[in-house]
Design a protein around this ligand. Sequence first.
Ligand SMILES: [Fe+2]
Length: 155
Amino acid sequence: MIYEWDDGMKIGYTEIDAQHKGLFDFMSGFFSSSGGRMEREEVEKILDYLEAYTQVHFSDEERIQVENNYPGYTQHKRYHEEFKIVVRGLRADLEREGPTPELIAQIDMAVGSWLVDHIQTQDMKIGNHIRDVQRWREQMEVLRAANMRQYQAQE
Ligand SMILES: [Fe+2]
């Protein structure tokens, strides 16, 4: 797939959006000119990156969900764990069969469809939830200030 970042994929949380864009930039560096063939070393670099990425990025996302009482946290975390298993499987395939075109196609599929779909559907829901929480907190603050003025006026 062509890894071209598009601002429509932003979930509205700067840190997470930057990490998602980072993934696109990284992947496009490998897939824009590969023609479906890569050296073992390149495939290793991609898998190293994905392993580190899923550790850091997924736990950042999970932390943000907890901080904002995201109701879909358990399900979302399960999706993340599933993807980590997929990456482990890709690593095992590389060890067993080397950098075959099938493996490269699988990596492309895993990141290109699984992760992109995950960003556009699941991660987007987190962004929407955080905006709702933010709006609710602002409304509460307005209400609290109004109550305070009323209370002070009564004194
Ligand atoms: Fe996620």
